[in-house]
Write a protein that binds this ligand. Structure first.
Ligand code: AHG
Ligand code: MN
Ligand code: MN
Length: 295
């Protein structure tokens, strides 16, 4: 008998279950709106990036629904300058739509969620109690990490439910792919040499332009995802709080490593919501090798 998401998280307290199920079911329904909400707005987010209609809409409906659960004390969203506060106990970090540039080309994109219940809003990623991403791929799926490990759930349209498709997910021993964000302009020479060595070892390039999709491939096939610092972007591009911490939590729970090039990303105390970080996620041996190369 297939296990439903609702049954799989039955061990959690009510408030947390409510928050997670709200995200899961709302994101499944969001897909129906995607075709008519493609295209850009005339507004920019706090990072100066032009917002896609879907960025703004997904942020709005997810934030409102989360606050209505009564489970949430604050939502920290990529699309808002300040946290939105509520009466509950959980803090939700959210990239409502990750991979916005893929909307135009109909490539994979997703939603990234981190959950903690610390007093402070900005805490190191290791304080998260759960992290998940929704993948709007051929299958709408959720990959979620909790203290118990990493599970994947597939959404079955006809039954309007998510069912456990994999549990105890761990990275394959040997990494098969590498995925490097941005262009190669301004890479440090140690980083360039590291990438060259991956090619020499016949790892295959897999880069799709959405953090969720690219990290999901590393989770499935093993290897490494990098969005490195460059001469122009010494802090890289990806956001520590709303993107890197949840994905680092998931990768670490799957037996991998998550580094900013010098150490464990999950140990970094964020100074501000908008903080960016270079990010390297994947097999421990490859991340360790890269850290040594960048010393
Ligand atoms: P978002 O759409 O939330 O702004 O995130 C886009 C990010 C991330 O998903 C991806 O890894 C990266 O931007 C791609 O950047 P490049 O286009 O520079 O490769
Ligand atoms: Mn993103
Ligand atoms: Mn986004």
């Amino acid at each position: 008998m297939e296990k439903r998401l609702e049954d799989s998280i039955g061990w959690m307290d009510e408030a947390l279950q409510k928050a997670i199920l709200t995200i899961a079911h709302l994101s499944a329904d969001m897909r129906y709106e995607f075709p008519e909400k493609r295209g850009a707005t005339t507004t920019k987010n706090i990072y100066g990036e032009t917002q896609q209609k879907l960025d703004v809409w997904a942020d709005k409906i997810l934030t409102e629904a989360l606050l209505n659960t009564g489970s949430v004390r604050a939502v920290i969203s990529e699309e808002r300058e300040n946290p939105t506060t509520g009466p509950g106990e959980y803090v939700i970090t959210m990239d409502p739509l990750d991979g916005s540039s893929n909307i135009k080309s109909n490539n994979i994109f997703g939603t990234i969620i981190g959950i903690h219940k610390e007093k402070e809003l900005l805490v190191p990623g290791k304080k998260q109690i759960a992290a998940l991403y929704v993948l709007y791929g051929p299958i709408t799926s959720i990959v979620m990490a909790t203290e118990d490990g990493v599970c994947e759930y597939d959404y079955e349209e006809r039954k309007r439910s998510y069912y456990l498709s994999r549990e105890g997910i761990t990275l394959p021993e040997e990494g098969k792919i590498y995925s490097v964000g941005g262009g190669n302009e301004g890479w440090s020479s140690p980083f360039s040499s590291f990438v060259d060595s991956l090619v020499e070892r016949h790892l295959k390039l897999r880069y799709g332009g959405a953090f969720v999709g690219d990290v999901n491939q590393v989770l499935n096939y093993g290897g490494i995802f990098c969005y490195p610092e460059t001469a122009k972007k010494p802090q890289g591009k990806l956001r520590l709080v709303i993107e890197c911490n949840p994905m680092a939590f998931i990768m670490t729970k799957a037996g991998g490593a998550a580094s900013n090039g010098h150490g464990d990303i999950l140990k970094i105390k964020p100074r501000e919501i908008t903080e960016r970080t270079p990010v390297y996620l994947g097999n421990k041996d490859l991340v360790g090798e890269l850290e040594r190369a960048l010393r």
